[in-house]
Ligand binder design. Sequence first.
Ligand SMILES: C[S@@+](CC[C@H](N)C(=O)[O-])C[C@H]1O[C@@H](n2cnc3c(N)ncnc32)[C@H](O)[C@@H]1O
Length: 248
Amino acid sequence: MQNAALYCADPKKISDAKKLAAGLKLNLLTSPPLPANTLIMGAERLELSQSGEAGPVFVDFSSPQLLYRLSRVTIKKEAVARAVGLKKTKPIVLDATAGLGRDSFILAALGCRVIMLERSPIIAALLADGLRRAAATGQIAHIRQRMTLYQTESKLFKLESQAKPEVIYLDPMYPARSKKALVKKEMRCLRDIAGTDPDSDELLNWALTQEVIRVVVKRPRDAECLARRQPSFVVKSRKHRFDVYLKP
Ligand SMILES: C[S@@+](CC[C@H](N)C(=O)[O-])C[C@H]1O[C@@H](n2cnc3c(N)ncnc32)[C@H](O)[C@@H]1O
């Protein structure tokens, strides 16, 4: 399902809203009723309305949950950090499925520079808005500085145009049968807006042809490997599995 509209809830933001609506090719609404999956530009932030009871989805890198996780985050504890090979040296990571940016944020908090790629213009707009607010939040502004976002299909991105990433990180949408992945409203929102990533096998095949040291794929613990390609090794966490492909 694609968004039909952008609603400007704050008259002071009307010129920003017009620009964004034009960029995303969305109808601009200035009064309710709002269809489900409407982007709402308010005084503080950009958010996406959800159908039913679920509240809006927005990117908040300073949410109490994320700040709590940040206060306890260590390379040893974070399976994703072990998977990307983070030690004293901090690899530059290309997150080719940035989504709502949480994995990127954790890697950046641990000291990696992260280049984030997101192909859905609407998800990328939510993410850009979260990054804008993070830059103005003293506690996390230094982390945000290590994160750069591009709205693009990853397979079209020219790696050599950037500080060379050493790791490509992939977290495509989990298969539909994984009900747990659908429980969180953010995941439902990603699915509604960005689809089910049916081309994730191709994305892995593309990643493996790039000049990087390793490729990491986040998967449900019991899912098949992407493109049926066996990884060099696996790092498991309580909820996920990270398939690590070392490049020769
Ligand atoms: C499951 S979400 C990623 C969640 C993310 N790791 C996080 O921590 O919020 C997958 C995202 O990857 C994006 N995506 C999938 N394939 C892509 C591709 N080939 N190029 C760019 N973005 C892609 C989707 O649009 C979706 O937003």
